[in-house]
Design a protein around this ligand. Structure first.
Ligand code: FE2
Length: 283
């Protein structure tokens, strides 16, 4: 078994188990409670698809539950309780995506997934990572794929497809669905790897990695959250919206410097690049 660091460098991703997984179980409880209230009965999350009666009902529930999950900020607590797993890959200064995404992928419903892609197609950089956290054990056919070593591939040919119903800024767009996708041409799907993660496990990968799911072919609904993180000093795409990330933790050196520049803001203008530190001037 490769160390997480070595696996990340070689394969473009790493797998592991959180040292403390209470917050994952808490997130799962939030979902269960919400779903139980919605349906007026106790429902197993992986059997959610058996109870949903319409697309409209599912979309509303997904949107509202995402708001609830985002408000709890439990993903932040999870990262703070497991800092070493994150710092091992990106160092002591970490920015965390301000709000996580909740993914609900029902069996045989292609529209519940984004397909196979690189997030660098959509305004993120290879310096950023995604962390996938299952809320139910992943089973064969339901798991998220990643293509090992796809960081080594050059530019990929793709076809741009506008989505029929999702528009920019719509509710679905806000919770992580795309209004226009880029479908990669001639992808060798035999190279995909879909780890069967259990609750408490994680998968972290660079946003340049080919990843995703085309369709859940299992009989279970997949439930997971994911959120991005990065070294606070890594470059960002100019189009990334403000407040996308918040600072999670800073090294002693960064804290001292942040405090200094809060008192001496004019000096910040002399930096070669000052765009990477959200909190500069506000420490
Ligand atoms: Fe993605």
């Amino acid at each position: 078994m490769l160390s997480a660091n070595h696996q990340y460098t070689e394969e473009g991703f790493c797998e592991g188990t959180f040292s403390k997984s209470d917050m994952v179980w808490e997130l799962r409880k939030v979902c269960e409670k919400f779903v139980n209230v919605q349906f007026g009965q106790k429902i197993r999350l992986n059997e959610y698809h058996k109870h949903v009666i319409s697309e409209q009902q599912h979309r509303e529930l997904h949107y509202e539950l995402t708001q609830v999950i985002q408000k709890t900020q439990l993903h932040k607590e999870l990262a703070l309780q497991n800092l070493n797993h994150f710092q091992h890959i990106v160092g002591p200064d970490i920015d965390l995506q301000a709000v996580p995404y909740l993914r609900i992928s029902r069996p045989d419903i292609k529209e519940d997934n984004i397909g196979l892609h690189r997030d660098t197609f959509y305004g993120n950089t290879a310096y950023e990572l995604s962390c996938i956290v299952p809320l139910e054990d992943f089973v064969e056919g339901a798991a998220v794929n990643v293509m090992p070593k796809s960081q080594n591939l050059g530019p990929l040919d793709f076809e741009r497809l506008d989505h029929d119903t999702i528009t920019k800024g719509s509710k679905q767009n806000q919770i992580g669905f795309l209004y226009a996708t880029k479908e990669i041409d001639d992808l060798d799907r035999s190279k995909l790897y879909a780890p069967l993660m259990k609750v408490g496990d994680y998968l972290m990968f660079s946003l340049c990695m080919i990843h995703g799911q085309e369709k859940n072919t299992s009989g279970n609904t997949r439930w997971s959250i994911d959120f991005r993180f990065r070294n606070s000093f890594s470059p960002l795409n100019v189009n990334l919206k403000d407040n996308y990330y918040t600072n999670l933790v800073s090294s002693a050196a960064s804290k001292l410097a942040d405090q200094y520049y809060a008192r001496n803001p004019l000096e910040v203008a002399e930096f070669k690049s000052s765009a990477n530190r959200n909190k500069l001037g506000s420490a």
